[in-house]
Design a protein around this ligand. Sequence first.
Ligand SMILES: [Zn+2]
Length: 454
Amino acid sequence: MYLNFKIHFGPSSFFVLINTNPDELSEFVHEFIGAKELIVSLLFFIPLLKLNAIVNNVIETTSKFRFTSYTFLKLGVFTLLFLTVFKFISIIEHNLPYLISRSLILNYKDKKFIEDFNSQVNANNILSKNKNSSISNTFIVVIGESVTSSHMQLYGYYRNTTPFLTKLKDSLNIFTDVISPNTSTFHSLSKALTLGNYEEPKKVLALPITTLFNKSGFKTFWISNHSPAFNPASALARVSSQAKSKFFNSKEIVKNNLKHDGELLYKVDEALKDDFPHKIIFLHLIGAHFSYENRYPKTFDIFIDKPKTKFEDEIAYQKINQYDNAVRYSDFIVNKVLQKLKVKKTNSYLMYFSDHGEEVFQNENFYGHLEDKPTKNTFKIPFIMWYSNHFKYPEDYFYDKERKYMTDDLWHSIAHISGLESSFIDNRRSIFSSEFINRKRLILEGKNYDTFFK
Ligand SMILES: [Zn+2]
């Protein structure tokens, strides 16, 4: 981590590590670990060759302690003192045994809380209802991956990375100031699609959006170009596993996942053809996740000239070009899905947002999305809505394109715009409601997004 990004392996990296999937992990290793990183890492293992001698030494020394000499007491007091100071100046966050123990305890506590919460939810048969149950409903939520609005022509980027969406822009609602709560897929989406948010992060295991729609009489679809989550008990896995129909295009541990998002389109067709009257389709793209060059077919190798960047080197040029090609391919996919939905002529909308953004040599000299190395572009995401002519807007519907929104509350927005009614839905947290209340957009353990990057 230090060699690549000049950061220490911190708590957020650790949480990502225990919640990632083998595919994402192998992609990261493939992308960032080379011979230099490997050799330096191996150096850390040299002391282990002397492990036997070290352990024997410790045993021998500690066995000499006598309570009568107060050595143990003194040692204990010093240890506590050091730990207190370390905790106070946050340096303990870099201690691996501490990180692991704290994570395990927190995991256990959260699990207990959620089990109680979910058993209450499951016992409740009138949890929520669909206000528009007398007509048919077809909603599509397209979840982009690692797409920052800062690389989209639709949001003012200098290259034509979104020709299709730009052509449609008069029929779209384009929100200009939406950010993700985190910069990893797992953290962002587990908040966006559950009751969990900045204020109550442990609720990421509570009431997945798919459960809410199931209970409201919808058929829920989860179509993904990612592999299923490594840990089936994790928040995001709970969201997808609750869908009535699930499809994961990538199942293997693939070093270079070469499966393009276009492979999901026939699954969208199938879902749209399903004759159940009320449907919501979640489409989780691989979007513009690195390795960028694997995200689009050859025909989308469009940007090949020298891009605009203050970081003058060949790697930067290459990555920016590949990333822009991937963004352009995502534009193509979203448009394809929208054209399919348009044919339905029913109460429908399409929502497109990205799980988080990406830095690609724009403000900082690196590419990727790491919470330990945050930049504005790793949080800035597109948020776009399309509504059919038959769409039933909620009574308190209100459109403010500049509304400052963070997608940790997206659960409320999706439920609200879809016409669901439940005591859990809070319209003050819906981007589509006149009752919306602005709140501080806190990221990175308490930093205010709106002032942090200026
Ligand atoms: Zn992601």
